[in-house]
Design a protein around this ligand. Structure first.
Ligand code: NDP
Length: 297
């Protein structure tokens, strides 16, 4: 029976550990500021942004929120980013993805000042991450690393399988796991929709990071006994409850926890960590931009 990796508890520890840094910054006259920009009518995106703003309030980060009509001209979004780049009280900028089809996502990501790019998606920051000199680690893979660290999961020399190769989760996750650095040094395989023998790869994996967006498709019988399973997936599936849906991960939790050595639940695993690491990156950005030294673990 697997140990349950408690993302809520680890995220609370991360937030707690940020409070000293925030106090140091405030004592020096700087309040870390995070701007969120929403250009979407999607209820899920609205929820994500409001949670991020609530998180800011809870830890004493200034939350600045800009909302644009989903059908506003793309230029409005580019102009908004320019204004936030120039605003000294804004240390981090997050444009909630996805943006509407008429907006060029790549242009938006490139428009954000790399020093304020707390998501870590600007090409300069992607390059730095790959080169082993990250300015900001993207929030979700960074959060996964913190979970592995918190539960003393040995990555050095481990066989790690990342399922998914997106720019926001799979690729940066694999890049972090292969770095010659703490919570790295894993022999890492990246699987995707064209992978021939996913089950073969999974059966050899000491660490599985599931980020495919396919509800419960990794089952216990596919896993190696004692493997660490980190389930990034968040999938809405129909359910007979008030909401009419429930959230499930990419891993079939009940069968997987019988085989795994440690496993993250959904919800309550990676999700809270993603949010905590956004605050972490914002505090780090404020320190980098002002030259005020802080001690971030
Ligand atoms: P994407 O849809 O961008 O990428 C999914 C990846 O999974 C693709 O690389 C795809 O392969 C691969 N894939 C799809 N089906 C299979 C399959 N059957 N076997 C192997 N690989 C497969 O998703 P994201 O990376 O953005 O997100 C992944 C999941 O994580 C989603 O459920 C999302 O909601 C969740 N998420 C959770 C976060 C959190 O904080 N917990 C944060 C971000 C995302 P290919 O490239 O070939 O298409």
């Amino acid at each position: 029976m697997a140990d349950i990796i408690d993302g809520k508890a680890v995220a609370a520890d991360v937030r707690e550990s940020l409070s000293d840094s925030i106090t140091t910054l405030k004592d020096a006259g700087v309040t870390p500021g995070l701007a969120t920009v929403l250009m979407s009518d999607d209820p899920a995106s609205e929820t994500y942004v409001s949670m991020k703003q609530r998180d800011c309030e809870e830890v004493g980060v200034d939350g600045i929120h800009v909302e644009l009509d989903a059908d506003a001209p793309a230029q409005e979004l580019y102009d908004t980013v320019d204004e936030l780049n120039a605003d000294e009280e804004v240390h981090g900028i997050l444009v909630q993805m996805p943006v509407p089809d008429h907006v060029d996502t790549r242009r938006v990501l490139r428009a954000i000042d790399p020093a304020k790019d707390v998501d870590g998606f600007h090409p300069e920051n992607v390059g730095r991450l790959v080169a082993g000199n990250a300015r900001f680690k993207p929030c979700t893979p960074h959060g996964v690393q913190k979970l592995l660290e918190a539960y003393d999961i040995e990555t050095e020399g481990a066989e790690a399988v990342v399922v998914g190769r997106s720019d926001i989760v799979g690729k940066p996750m694999a890049n972090l796991l292969i770095q010659k650095a703490p919570i790295g040094n894993a022999t890492t395989t990246v699987c995707h929709s064209r992978t021939q023998d996913l089950e073969g790869h999974l059966s050899r994996a000491d660490i599985v990071i599931a980020a495919a967006g396919r509800p419960a498709f990794i089952t216990g019988d596919m896993l190696k006994e004692g493997a660490t399973v980190v389930d990034v997936g968040i999938n809405r599936v129909d359910a007979e409850n008030e909401k009419g849906y429930e959230l499930v991960g990419d891993v079939a939790y009940e069968s997987a926890k019988e085989v795994a050595g440690a496993i993250t639940p959904v919800p309550g695993g990676v999700g809270p960590m993603t949010r905590a690491m956004l605050l972490y990156n914002t505090v780090q950005a404020a320190s980098q931009q002002t030259g005020i030294e802080i001690d971030l673990a």
